[in-house]
Ligand binder design. Structure first.
Ligand SMILES: Cc1cc2nc3c(=O)[nH]c(=O)nc-3n(C[C@H](O)[C@H](O)[C@H](O)COP(=O)(O)OP(=O)(O)OC[C@H]3O[C@@H](n4cnc5c(N)ncnc54)[C@H](O)[C@@H]3O)c2cc1C
Length: 447
C-alpha cells in the first residue's frame, strides 16, 4: 500500500464527495465489531485511506474504475451497523459509503426497487402510505441500509412469518457494479441473486435492489411476563405455531436480561422472564387467550399509532438486547444459535445458568417456527467462549459464530462455490473487501 499514489486517486475522484479527515476516516472504517472481545482486539486499528460517497451508479462505476486502475482495495459500507467487522477495511484502501444513494426507484403494491443506500425505516414510511412494508428488518431498522442488510444481515422482525433473507423470494433482483478491467453493471435475477446475497460485499457493489413487500398491519407492541423461563419459551413457540395470529416479532428473554432494559423497567418486574411482541391489532383477542393459557401477564401494550412515537419495542430485541446489556456491563458478549427445539433450549438453560443468559428470537426456518438464540455470555476467556460454542455444537445446536469476520466461518460454515465463481469473474484482482472470503484466500494460496 505504501506505493499507492493517493494524490492521483484523489484527483481522479475530485468531482465526488471524498473524505480524508482522520476522525471521519476512523468513524467510517469501523462498525459494531466491538460486541466481540475477540474481534475488538483484531480490528480496532484498521482504517481506510479514503472514503468516497457516490450519489449514483455512474459515480460508483468511476470509483470501481479508479480502484482497478490503481489496484487498491475497495470496501462497501452502508450504515456500518454490522457486528462482525463486515465493512472494516482490513487492508485499508477506499471505503465506498452508499448512504447518499437513497432513491426509491419504484414502489408498487407488493414490490419495490430501491438504491442500495435507502434506509429501512425511511422506506417503510413511504411504503405504508400504500399499505405495504418491508418483509423483514433488523433491529437497526432506523439506521441500516437495505443494501447493507442484504450484504451483511440475515433476519429480524418479520422473520417469524417470512423466514430469512437467504430464503428464495426474499430478494428478487440486484444490479451490481464489477471490478473488472472495464467495470460493468450486471443485473442478477431470481436464484442468481444468491451470488451476492450475504457476501459481505466481496463480489460486487450492489447499486439497486428489487425487493418483495408484505401487507402492512397495524402492529400492537406488547410485553408479557412469566414466572418461569420455560413457560415463556413454550408460549413463544405456541405463538409462533399459531397460524391464525398474525405477528411480526416474538422475543423471549430469561431473567436477568430484562434488568438490562432500563427504559422499560416499569413493565419488567424483578425476577420475571419476558416476551416482547408485535401482534396484528386484529388478532388481539385470540392472542390474549393464548397468554391466559400459558399463565402470562400483559404489562405493556401500545397501539400501532402510539408505538410510532418514541422507541419501538424492536429496539430492545434482536441485537439491540446485546447493545443495552453491554452498555451496563461491557464484559458481556453474545452468541447466535439455532437451537431448533425447546428441549435443547431447556438443556442449555439448565447447563449454563447465567453464564449464557438465554435470549430467544423465533423465526421461520423451512416452514416451521423455531427458537434461535442471541444469548448474552459472561465473557471470561477466549478458550471458555470456544468451549461454550463447542458444547452447543456437540449437543446439536447450530452456532453462527459472531466472533469471526470471515464469511464462511460465521453462519455458513461451508464455502459457497457460486459466490467464489462470481468473485473470480467480477473481482479478478481480489480488491473487494479483501480478507473476508475464505474461499478466495484459500484459492489464492493454491494457485
Ligand atoms: C444493535 C445491533 C442490532 C442488530 N440487529 C440485527 C438484526 O436484527 N438482524 C440482522 O440480520 N442483523 C442485525 N445487526 C447487524 C446489522 O445491523 C445488520 O446486518 C444491518 O442490516 C447492516 O446494515 P448496514 O447498512 O449497517 O450495513 P453495513 O454494516 O454497512 O454493511 C454490512 C455488510 O454489507 C456490505 N455491503 C453494504 N452495502 C453493500 C452494497 N451496496 N453492496 C455490496 N455489499 C454491501 C458491507 O461491505 C458489509 O460487509 C445488528 C447490529 C447491531 C449493532
Amino acid at each position: 500500500m505504501s506505493a499507492t499514489n493517493w494524490p492521483s486517486i484523489i484527483s481522479e475522484l475530485a468531482e465526488l464527495e471524498i473524505i480524508t479527515d482522520a476522525v471521519q476516516l476512523s468513524k467510517l472504517s469501523l462498525d459494531y465489531y466491538h460486541f466481540s472481545p475477540i474481534l475488538s482486539k483484531k480490528l480496532n486499528n484498521k482504517r481506510a485511506n479514503l472514503v468516497v460517497r457516490p450519489v449514483n451508479e455512474v459515480e460508483v462505476l468511476k470509483i470501481a474504475q479508479t480502484c482497478v486502475k490503481y489496484q487498491v482495495p475497495l470496501t462497501v459500507r452502508g450504515a456500518g451497523t454490522g457486528n462482525y467487522g463486515q465493512c472494516i477495511p482490513l487492508e485499508g484502501g477506499v471505503v465506498l459509503d452508499t448512504t447518499k444513494m437513497n432513491q426509491i426507484r419504484s414502489l408498487e403494491p407488493g414490490l419495490a426497487c430501491v438504491e442500495a443506500g435507502v434506509k429501512m425505516a425511511a422506506f417503510d414510511k413511504k411504503a405504508r402510505e400504500i399499505g405495504w412494508e418491508l418483509r423483514m428488518a433488523p433491529s437497526t431498522y432506523r439506521t441500516a441500509t437495505i443494501g447493507g442488510f442484504i450484504g451483511g444481515g440475515s433476519a429480524g422482525m418479520g422473520s417469524i412469518t417470512y423466514g430469512q433473507l437467504r430464503d428464495r423470494g426474499n430478494l428478487q433482483a440486484v444490479r451490481v457494479v464489477t471490478l473488472e478491467d472495464e467495470p460493468r453493471i450486471l443485473e442478477l435475477r431470481g436464484d442468481d441473486v444468491q451470488k451476492v446475497n450475504h457476501a459481505y460485499g466481496t463480489n460486487g457493489i450492489i447499486t439497486e435492489l428489487e425487493i418483495p413487500l408484505a401487507p402492512a398491519y397495524p402492529w400492537v407492541e406488547l410485553i408479557v411476563i412469566f414466572d418461569q423461563f420455560m413457560r415463556a419459551a413454550r408460549f413463544g413457540q405456541a405463538l409462533g405455531d399459531s397460524d391464525g395470529i398474525v405477528k411480526k416479532l416474538i422475543t423471549i428473554q430469561a431473567w436477568p436480561i430484562p434488568s438490562y432494559l432500563t427504559a422499560l423497567e416499569d413493565y419488567l418486574p424483578q425476577g420475571k422472564h419476558a416476551a416482547l411482541l408485535m401482534i396484528s391489532q386484529y388478532d388481539l383477542e385470540p392472542f390474549q387467550n393464548l397468554v391466559k393459557e400459558y399463565g402470562g401477564e400483559i404489562t405493556y401494550q401500545k397501539t400501532a399509532t402510539e408505538a410510532t412515537k418514541g422507541s419501538s419495542l424492536l429496539e430492545f430485541t434482536w441485537n439491540h438486547t446485546t447493545l443495552h446489556a453491554r452498555s451496563i456491563d461491557p464484559n458481556l458478549t453474545y452468541l447466535q444459535t439455532f437451537y431448533f427445539t425447546l428441549e435443547r433450549v431447556e438443556q442449555m438453560y439448565d447447563y449454563f445458568g447465567e453464564e449464557a443468559m438465554i435470549h430467544l428470537e423465533f423465526l421461520r426456518v423451512g416452514g416451521k417456527a423455531i427458537p434461535a438464540g442471541l444469548q448474552l455470555i459472561r465473557f471470561t476467556t477466549e478458550e471458555r467462549l470456544n468451549e461454550i460454542i463447542r458444547y452447543h455444537e456437540e449437543q446439536g445446536a447450530g452456532i453462527a459464530n459472531p466472533h469471526t469476520y470471515i464469511l464462511e466461518d460465521g453462519g455458513r460454515k461451508v464455502i459457497d462455490p457460486e459466490q467464489l465463481a462470481f468473485k473470480e469473474k467480477v473481482d479478478p484482482y481480489g480488491l473487494m473487501n479483501p480478507g473476508k472470503m475464505r474461499a478466495w484466500l484459500e484459492r489464492a494460496v493454491s494457485v
